[in-house]
Design a protein. Structure first.
Lengths: 392, 260
């Protein structure tokens, strides 16, 4: 790639004319161009020297016309076009640009790029909102989001009611599939998480209780903590990440695919048809998962009790049995089914409200998990306060 | 006051979201048994207009009347009853992905009739055969091609023998032969069943082949700029843009300066 600037006198043209001779290979298609690009400044700033030379020549003054000579140009691509456009944009200085010397294809491509008018505002004209506006919008947003969530919860629960009166239309086979996905298929992760939680609880208690020689009470701590608080909360969080996100992604994709619209036009309620089976599946399976999680958490505590704390198996089981009663277990199971409905509803809500693009579906899944976890922890705290006040 | 030959009449329709207006002052009638094409440039709100007609989006202002009934002023039960007479073919087919083709077509029939399983099965087989998908009953939507999905979507739209069929970009993404076949099928449905058909499209070949009447919605003017048979509009374009649209940009030379 070579170039030459010929001003009048050299070029045997008229006075005030500048001829730009561009010759050689200006496409650099060879592999060397791609590989050697690093460190080679000349290549990186393609044509920068041409532009600066041209500017110097123009600043010298006396030039009223630029013409091109490309007779020895062997190859070119978009890089050269962009350079020519940059030169053409120097029209401010009342310089006429004669493009007759450019290759025909190149001229046509430039014309094509100008055929459709550019949009004036380029889409970024909106000024960034100030801090006050942002805070205000967010505050209004919190209320409207809360309202929308409450409405969705209400509509979903109405659908639950319609199921009992037999008016809701949904596919029974869907319920079966969702129960399988939310129950048996979730067992491995629920198992691992809860055994380890039992282990953690036992260690945590042992350090404190050892000081008083009361290691045996580790069994109480694990059993009570696990059944009343930890098992329902952690199982629900696992399900929010696993199943709530899946629900949001499923419904979001259906939204993209217009499947939800198709349901509506055929007179089906999307809530009954899509949300109800998923809600039902989690509401049915969560109590069982919580019971299972209770057992595994206690098992995890037991493992630490007999190995690290030298408690005998009989002692540990007896102590566990004495420390919890049916109310503790029932409270945990009840919380579990409430969380189950909560996870299903948040997942479905974000899925149904999803926008119609791939990234919107991703956002819906993220929101489902985040708001699901926040709701679970908030409800856990509320339940704890209520249980303390009511003396359960 | 209502003319029995008019299936749908739209009056002063204004569409948009909140402050954002997409189209305003839309006024047109769709006659019973005609093929009516909604055309327009990209972003003009063709599909949005369709969503208004089938009751998925509420107008900001104006009326959409089906015979004597103003759709959006009617109670929900009446709206639902009316929607049963619609068949809609969505752009990508919008088949329910968790169901086989058979179940997709059967579900609306099960919902809205009390036919026995045998009769439903016979109806479903017939609709699938009508669109050339006999024998594909047990396939899931993910297992068939885009063109087949569209045809299956049409079979489902036909499930309840609708009075009015709506098509959203029927030939988008189809090869020319399949697109032609779909056009023929649309004409056949109108001729044999007397179905009123509303089509959103910008496929010129398709427009000239099937349309009895048409409306052009303009993205810049934000209202309708032409109403009438497309061939007439091509020869007597009310605006330069409509003429250019219907003649595929007039074959203008690119170097001849800025396009509109």
């Amino acid at each position: 790639m070579e170039y030459l600037l010929k001003t009048y006198g050299e070029s045997d043209r008229g006075e005030g004319e500048l001829e730009l001779v561009v010759s050689g290979d200006w496409a650099e298609r060879g592999d060397s161009a791609l590989v050697s690009a690093s460190g080679d400044n000349k290549r990186r700033n393609f044509g920068a020297d041409l532009l600066s030379d041209l500017e110097t020549a123009l600043q010298a003054g006396g030039i009223s016309k630029i013409r091109f000579d490309t007779s020895n140009l062997t190859d070119w691509d978009s890089k050269l076009i962009v350079l020519i456009i940059a030169i053409q944009q120097q029209k401010t200085q009342n310089i006429e640009i004669d493009d007759a010397g450019l290759p025909r294809g190149l001229r046509q491509l430039i014309a094509l790029s100008r055929a459709a008018p550019a949009r004036g505002d380029r889409g970024d004209a909106k000024p960034a909102p100030g801090i006050l506006e942002t805070v205000g919008q967010q505050t209004i947003g919190v209320f409207s989001r809360f309202k929308a969530s409450s409405q969705f919860l209400g509509v979903s629960l109405q659908s639950f009611g319609r199921m009992f009166t037999g008016k809701a239309r949904y596919q029974k086979s869907d319920v079966r599939d969702f129960i399988f996905a939310a129950g048996p298929q979730a067992l491995p992760i629920v198992s691992i998480v809860n055994i380890l939680l039992g282990v953690i609880l036992a260690f945590m208690g042992a350090v404190q209780l050892k000081q008083f020689g009361a290691e045996i009470y580790v069994a109480n701590l694990v059993a009570l903590g696990q059944t009343r608080e930890i098992a329902p909360m952690m199982t629900a969080i696992v399900m929010a990440g696993r199943t709530g996100a899946a629900y949001a992604a499923q419904l979001g994709t259906m939204q993209v695919n217009e499947e939800v619209d198709a349901l509506k036009t055929f007179g089906f309620s999307p809530i009954d048809f899509l949300v109800l089976p998923r809600m039902l599946a989690l509401a049915v399976m969560m109590p069982f998962l919580v019971l299972y999680a209770d057992a595994l958490g206690i098992f995890g505590g037991y493992l630490i009790g007999i190995t690290v704390l030298d408690i005998s198996t009989i002692e540990y089981i007896e102590q566990t049995r004495a420390s919890i009663d049916i109310v503790d277990v029932a409270l945990g199971v009840f919380k579990g089914s409430v969380f189950g409905i909560l996870v299903a509803v948040t997942g479905c809500m974000h899925g149904m409200n999803s926008g119609r693009s791939a990234s919107a579906v991703g956002d819906a899944a993220t929101k489902a998990v985040v708001s699901g976890i926040i709701a679970i922890i908030g409800m856990t705290a509320m339940f704890s306060v209520l249980a303390a006040v009511l003396g359960i | 006051m209502s003319d029995p030959h008019i299936a749908i009449s739209v009056r002063d329709l204004k569409m948009g979201f909140g402050d954002f207006i997409i189209q305003r002052d839309l006024n047109f009638d769709i006659k019973t048994g005609e093929i009516f094409v909604i055309m327009g440039d990209s972003g003009s709100g063709k599909s949005t207009l369709l969503r208004h007609l089938i009751g998925l989006q509420k107008p900001l202002f104006g009326k959409i009347n089906y015979a004597d009934m103003s759709f959006w002023d009617a109670p929900e039960a009446q709206r639902k009853a009316l929607s049963k007479r619609f068949g809609v073919l969505y752009q990508s087919g919008a088949l329910w992905s968790s169901m086989t083709l058979f179940e997709n077509v059967a579900m609306p029939i099960r919902e809205h009739t009390n036919y026995g399983e045998e009769r439903i099965a016979a109806l479903v087989q017939f609709k699938l055969a009508l669109v050339g998908l006999a024998g594909f009953d047990a396939y899931y939507p993910s297992e068939i091609s885009g063109g087949m999905k569209k045809r299956a979507g049409l079979a489902r739209a036909l499930a309840l023998d609708p009075d009015i069929l709506f098509f959203d970009e029927p030939s988008a993404g189809l090869d020319p032969i399949s697109a032609k076949r779909l056009d023929d099928l649309i004409l056949e449905l109108r001729d044999s069943l007397g179905t009123t058909i509303v089509v959103v499209t910008h496929e010129l070949a398709s427009i000239y082949a099937i349309a009895d009447s048409s409306i052009f919605v303009d993205a810049d003017a934000k209202t309708q700029t032409a109403l009438g048979p497309p061939a007439y509009l091509r020869d007597h374009p009310p605006t330069a843009k409509v003429g250019e649209f219907l003649r595929r940009g007039d074959g203008k030379n690119l170097n001849e300066g800025e396009a509109v």
